[in-house]
Write a protein that binds this ligand. Structure first.
Ligand code: HAM
Length: 432
């Protein structure tokens, strides 16, 4: 009987080399995009104290109620949680290291997040986010800048069909007035609510507005609107954001039902949504969270940010027909015979010194079988060294793919010239 295989945890995926190379390229694009807006990287722990998330995200949210991977550290009894999102940890770090004592900060992080949701296309239990946070800014200009950053990134990635939904959640006092009216309204219609909505009626009635249950849509449509409870300042902030978006020619839809699944938001909230990914179409989401720094023990400071779902964006790039595999190495080094192999090792290092990527054949075998591997590797060139070449201090350089008019050309080149020959051919290749 064979030993049973161990599989990965449901909803937690391996990213295999063809894909992972593309992830690397994607992350490079992301880093230079963030740098172009003056954002600086942060690397944060994956595990945080459980109370951090309860306090930041809110006790009565899907994430805290049913999706967190929480456990007690068996060595010291500390309650810990695998981070379900990055904002709480980022704010914790900013407070802990007094990062905004001197000046406002634009920060970003990327990495895995964990939520015990029902896995489906675009929804995983381990997924990856790029999180972008600006702390210490209070005007609508930064909200708008963050929204417009998204638009630029979609352009850089060659993505179309991502639309912007916008809403304001006002301030907590304004939400309290709305909340009282909302509870009274839903109580009058309680027979039309589902179990989830009834459970939320007194704890988090705003979230009922976000329900996807088709049977609730009519009663939700008639519910009191938060916008009617907003004061002049909140309205001015919302107008300010919209003004910058309009000036930039960025279309948006105001969606009064956009309330977000985390409790820390106030004023601006937004989501970038596509209909090309099925049910999980939100690729990027965020908003303002002016109360969170104080709520986590820091000196009050305004803040706003957003996070993007990496798996969803990469799926969208693939769906749009974009390249999702990275190019292979430049050279496959084929060699046979003791002297040839010794020379080959030197040639490989010499090529790498010149910035040429080399896959050095390991494991012996005939020239024929090595050449097959060279072809399959996707390399642009084979550098071939046998006894003949070794004696002459030369290599055979073979184009594995056609360059211009000359398919599969091959020629002998002296060892000192091989790097130059390859560099020139790469230039010809790029120009062809
Ligand atoms: P969120 O809306 O919970 O916000 O997540 C942001 C994005 O992460 C989503 O729009 C989606 O693309 C991706 N995402 C969330 N859950 C999953 C999942 N189970 N599988 C795959 N992708 C997923 C936040 O997390 C906030 N921290 C955003 C933020 C930053 N707000 C202010 N600053």
């Amino acid at each position: 009987m064979s030993t049973p295989k161990i599989q990965s945890v449901r909803g937690m995926n391996d990213v295999l080399p063809d894909q992972a190379e593309f992830w690397d390229l994607f992350e490079e694009t992301i880093r230079s995009w963030l740098k172009s807006y003056g954002y600086r990287p942060l690397r944060l722990p994956i595990v945080e104290p459980t109370p951090l998330f309860k306090r930041a995200i809110g006790e009565v949210t899907d994430i805290v109620e049913k999706e967190m991977y929480s456990f007690v550290d068996s060595l010291n009894g500390e309650p810990l949680t695998l981070r379900p999102e990055g904002t709480a940890g980022c704010v914790r770090a900013v407070i802990q290291h007094s990062l905004i004592a001197q000046q406002a900060q634009r920060l970003y992080y990327m990495g895995p997040m964990f939520r015990h949701e029902r896995p489906q296309k675009g929804r995983y239990r381990q997924f990856h986010q790029v999180g972008v946070e600006a702390l210490g800014f209070d005007g609508p200009d930064i909200d708008a800048e963050q929204i417009l950053m998204g638009a630029r990134l979609w352009g850089d990635l060659g993505l179309g069909g991502i639309s912007l939904q916008l809403n304001t959640l006002g301030q907590s006092a304004e939400r309290a007035g709305h909340r009282a009216e909302l509870i009274a309204y839903f109580e009058r219609h309680s027979e039309r609510l589902d179990d989830d909505a009834r459970r939320r009626l007194h704890s988090n009635p705003l979230r009922i507005l976000d329900s996807k249950n088709p049977e609730l849509q009519e009663v939700i449509l008639g519910a009191p609107q938060l916008i009617d409870h907003l004061g002049a300042e909140s309205l001015a902030h919302f107008d300010g954001v919209q003004q910058v978006l309009r000036d930039a020619g960025q279309p948006f839809t105001i969606n009064p039902r956009l309330v977000r699944g985390l409790d820390y938001y106030n004023l601006t909230v937004f989501e970038w949504v596509t209909d090309r990914l099925g049910a999980q179409g939100t690729v990027c989401a965020g908003g303002r969270y002016d109360g969170l720094v104080e709520q986590l023990g820091g000196k009050p400071a305004p803040a706003c940010g957003f996070a993007m779902g990496v798996e969803r964006l990469i799926a969208l790039i693939a769906e749009a027909g974009g390249e999702t595999t990275a190019p292979a190495v430049d050279v496959y080094l084929v060699h046979q015979g003791a002297d040839a192999s010794r020379l080959a090792a030197r040639v490989a290092e010499g090529l790498r010194d010149q910035g040429i990527d080399v896959l050095f054949h390991c494991g012996g075998g005939s020239f024929k079988s090595q050449m097959k591997k060279a072809d399959a590797s996707g390399a642009a060139f084979a550098v071939i060294i046998g006894d003949d070449e070794a004696t002459a201090g030369e290599v055979t350089l073979k184009h594995l793919r056609a360059v211009g008019e000359q398919p599969n050309q091959q020629k002998r080149v002296s060892v000192d010239r091989v790097a130059d020959e390859i560099m020139n051919s790469i230039v010809d290749w790029e120009e062809s």
